[in-house]
Every structure is written in structure tokens, then in C-alpha cells.
Design a protein around this ligand. Structure first.
Ligand code: ZN
Length: 304
């Protein structure tokens, strides 16, 4: 039944299959130029199975066919994507904090673009943190984004239970820090809303995120998180482990967007020399063993 099931599928599906088989014949440049986002779309929706009312087939056969097709198309798309540029986004949350000035210096020393999601209240704690915030602003390799003014006071469920006041907290942050990009990361939530994507990790926070999006903001979460104990500089995940995770996300296309991996860190992880060395070492490893490009979140995602 399995073979006849596949062959009894109508022409529309045959067309789909033909088009992906023909992909390897196309010049890569043509694919990119002519159909931006085509591979991303094929990765997300490897097959469309039309309902054939004339030749109904069993659900089991159909499921098997779908699984096989999905694997076949994805293998082909993965191969194509692997030939294309790959993008990594280093994002640092909660600054300015002790650690921010070191991050700023490392970005300059390594000449990489980085992204900081800032908390306005922290900039008003001390002269030193105000100065560190200014250093971020003055560094062309650093882009500043919105992580709310109060960081929800670290009481996230309460904060998000009132979407209007939560929204106003982001607005205040934007005004206070004179942020120029309408780009937000929600404190305590891994929520993504941009373009055609809406992914919510915890329901609490969704209304605030939707309100931000309706008012022109894009909301970005993260694919991989790295943790280091701030004071001691002892990493929860060693450099090698976090590097391997980034690579796996890139190779398996398991990040939110294939060929784009967003790494989350926090500014206070890099207050000690040890922590700073680990950050430098991760950047060195990526720069010497991969061709990944360090990017700004404002350019996210690169779709092929
Ligand atoms: Zn945070």
C-alpha cells in the first residue's frame, strides 16, 4: 500500500517534488536573487499534501509518506543552506552593569558587532554605569535596544499582568535612553514577534508583547543561553560546550531561523577577568574555526 499510496498522490504534489529536485541544478545566486526566503520557507514547510478525495489513502500510508518526504526535502534544503552565509548574534542583557565596559572593550578589540538590551534604571544607579552606557552608545560596533526601564522589578508575572503599565515601562526606557530602534527583548520571557513569526514561551507576557508589536516594535528572544557566575567567573557551561551548542544549532538548522543563531548572555557575567577571558576565547574560537558573521539584531533574520 505504501508505494501505491505515494504514486496515487495527484499531480500538484509531483510538481512540488520536481521543483525541489531541480533545485540543485539552479545556480545558487539565482535561487537567492529570485526567491528570497525560498529555502527558509522550504525548511519550515517541507511538503504540502493535497487532499485527494478520488483516491483516498490510509492515514498510516499518508503519515509515512509525509515523514519520508519531509526528511528528503529537509536534507536537500540543509545542504543548500550550508553553502550560504551563517550569522551569529551576540546579545547582552540587563546592562549597563559592572561588566559592560569590558564587553565594550572586547567588541572593539575583536572588531565584532554586538547587541545590548538595556535597562534604563541601571544607567541611573551611578556615574560609572552612566558612563558605561555612554560608551556603548559611542561604540559603532554596539547597538542598543530596549529591555524595559525597571526589568519588571524581577516580578515578571505581576509586571505582565498589567500590559498597559508594562508597555509604558518600555516606552519610558526608550525615551530615557534615547533608543533609536524599536527593538525589544522582554525581561524573563523568551518571546519572539516579528515579520511572520509569533512564538510565545509563557502566556504571561503575550499581551504586552502583542501591544508592543502593534505599536511598531519587534520582539526578539534567543536560541542559546550562556551562563557564567558573575563574581567568580566560573562558567555554568564551559566555552567548548557553548561553542558546540551554537555550531549544532547552525548545522542542524534548529534555531528560530535557519543559518541565524542568537546567543543570550548577561552583562554581569563579565565583571571578572576570568569571565572576560572566556568571552574572548569564545569569540576567538568562532573566528578561527567558522565563517560565521557577527551581526546586529536589527538585520535579523537573513533569509535565503
Ligand atoms: Zn533581563
Amino acid at each position: 500500500m505504501s508505494i501505491s499510496a505515494a504514486s496515487s498522490l495527484p499531480d500538484t504534489d509531483t510538481l512540488e517534488v520536481d521543483s525541489i529536485v531541480g533545485l540543485s541544478d539552479l545556480k545558487l545566486e539565482d535561487t537567492v536573487k529570485n526567491q528570497k526566503g525560498y529555502l527558509t520557507e522550504r525548511w519550515r514547510n517541507p511538503i504540502q499534501v493535497p487532499v485527494d478525495t478520488l483516491n483516498p489513502i490510509s492515514k498510516d500510508s499518508l503519515d509515512r509518506f509525509v515523514r519520508m518526504e519531509r526528511r528528503r526535502v529537509r536534507d536537500s534544503v540543509r545542504q543548500e543552506l550550508n553553502k550560504l552565509p551563517k550569522h551569529v548574534y551576540f546579545t547582552f542583557d540587563d546592562g549597563p552593569l559592572i561588566g559592560s565596559s569590558a564587553i565594550d572593550s572586547i567588541a572593539k578589540a575583536k572588531n565584532i558587532k554586538i547587541n545590548v538590551f538595556l535597562v534604563g534604571r541601571h544607567a541611573n544607579i551611578s556615574k560609572r554605569l552612566k558612563r558605561d552606557f555612554q560608551r556603548y552608545k559611542d561604540n559603532a560596533l554596539v547597538e542598543c535596544y530596549n529591555h524595559s526601564y525597571t526589568h519588571a522589578g524581577n516580578r515578571f508575572t505581576t509586571f505582565y499582568s498589567n500590559p498597559v503599565s508594562a508597555y509604558e515601562d518600555f516606552e519610558k526606557n526608550e525615551l530615557d535612553l534615547e533608543l533609536t530602534h524599536k527593538i525589544v527583548r522582554l525581561p524573563g520571557r523568551n518571546i519572539w514577534i516579528y515579520d511572520d513569526v509569533r512564538r510565545i514561551d509563557l502566556k504571561s507576557g503575550a499581551s504586552t508583547a502583542d501591544m508592543l508589536y502593534t505599536n511598531g516594535y519587534k520582539i526578539y528572544g534567543w536560541d542559546v543561553e550562556w551562563r557564567i557566575h558573575g563574581a567568580s567567573g566560573i562558567p555554568v557551561q564551559p566555552v567548548n560546550e557553548i561553542y558546540t551548542r551554537i555550531r549544532n544549532y547552525m548545522d542542524n538548522k534548529s534555531s528560530m531561523e535557519p543559518n541565524n543563531v542568537v546567543l543570550l548572555m548577561h552583562d554581569d557575567m563579565f565583571q571578572s577577568k576570568k569571565g572576560q577571558q572566556l568571552l574572548s576565547s569564545l569569540i576567538d574560537t568562532i573566528q578561527t574555526t567558522t565563517d560565521y558573521k557577527f551581526e546586529f539584531i536589527r538585520d535579523y533574520p537573513f533569509r535565503y
